[in-house]
Design a protein around this ligand. Structure first.
Ligand SMILES: [Zn+2]
Length: 309
């Protein structure tokens, strides 16, 4: 992928993007340095490998390219997920799946330019003095309401069976040690109900409250507030009120970083395939690759966010 100018590619990429920004207006190219209140060290808390890319990959790539310092904490290694038909299908249900998915995640983060990544339970995302622990994927089943529900056979080592205080302390250590200035995770419903996502919301939001940091929840593509912002999504300035008219959302147009997001998605080959502009999930469900990513600052943290500035 290297071009004729043989400078180290990360450095030249950054330099080129900075040059472009100077020649383009902010309406053409969003400035990620202004996202999340201009705070450079945002900690993203995701449940499984691939979640970081599907829901926040463009934002992560943009922040990294802009010289910000996003940090990713992944809670599990996706041990319970199904495997796409193909060369790695035999890994499903085996102990070899977790290390394989760790490798896929590493490749995805390379594509996104993310260098700061830890798994929960491992230093520095482990409370002082405790030996490392692996929090496993809790698994899920589809409920009658079309939302994910807890799997009846979650392993004893599953994230949702671990003492919540232990996982909470580990995440607190990660945030404190990294000097996080804000936290991003799912909404209270975990986006679509997966118990690991709901758990991620709880501990991420609790850590934000404990440290007095702003907490942003990821806004789903079909959220009424985001739909209302349609047409504004190309600009980082796009903000819309939610259905109650009270809580603004921040919409990131990530078109400029879409290639990186797509390359990162392709790295998660045991979980999904990329078909044109769509993600095809292991169960066959199609989902367009989002060209915008939206975040809602939760009100309990608003005062802390303002006071910290
Ligand atoms: Zn997930």
């Amino acid at each position: 992928m290297s071009g004729p100018a043989a400078a180290p590619h990360d450095a030249s990429q950054t330099a080129n993007e900075h040059t472009e920004e100077h020649h383009m207006t902010s309406t053409e190219l969003p400035d990620p340095a202004t996202w999340f209140g201009g705070r450079p060290r945002i900690m993203f808390v995701h449940a499984h490998p691939d979640d970081e890319t599907i829901t926040t990959g463009g934002t992560l790539a943009a922040l990294a390219a802009a010289g910000q310092e996003p940090l990713l904490v992944t809670l599990t290694r996706g041990e319970r997920g199904e495997v796409v038909d193909g060369p790695f299908h035999h890994l499903q249900g085996t102990d070899a799946l977790a290390p394989h998915r760790q490798g896929e995640l590493a490749a995805a983060l390379f594509m996104l330019g993310i260098e700061r990544h830890v798994f929960l339970g491992v230093e520095p995302a482990r409370a002082d003095g405790a030996p490392p622990v692996i929090y496993e994927d809790s698994g899920m089943v589809w409920g009658p309401d079309g939302r994910a529900a807890a799997a009846p056979d979650a392993s004893p080592d599953a994230l949702t069976r671990a003492p919540a205080v232990e996982a909470l302390n580990d995440l607190l250590s990660a945030a404190h040690g990294a000097g996080a200035q804000g936290i991003v995770s799912y909404d209270d419903g975990g986006g679509y109900g997966h118990p690991d996502h709901v758990f991620a919301h709880r501990i991420a939001r609790a850590v934000a409250a404990a440290l007095g940091l702003p907490f942003w929840e990821i806004v789903a593509e079909d959220d009424p507030a985001l739909l209302a912002a349609t047409g504004l999504g190309a600009s980082e300035e796009a903000v819309s009120a939610d259905a109650a008219g009270a809580i603004p959302i921040e919409v990131h147009g990530i078109e400029h970083w879409l290639d990186r997001k797509t390359a990162a998605l392709r790295s998660h080959a045991t979980q999904l395939t990329v078909d044109g502009d769509d993600i095809v999930h292991v169960g066959g469900q199609r989902q367009p690759i989002s060209r915008r990513e939206a975040f809602r600052l939760r009100p309990l943290a608003t005062d802390a966010a303002e006071q910290a500035e």
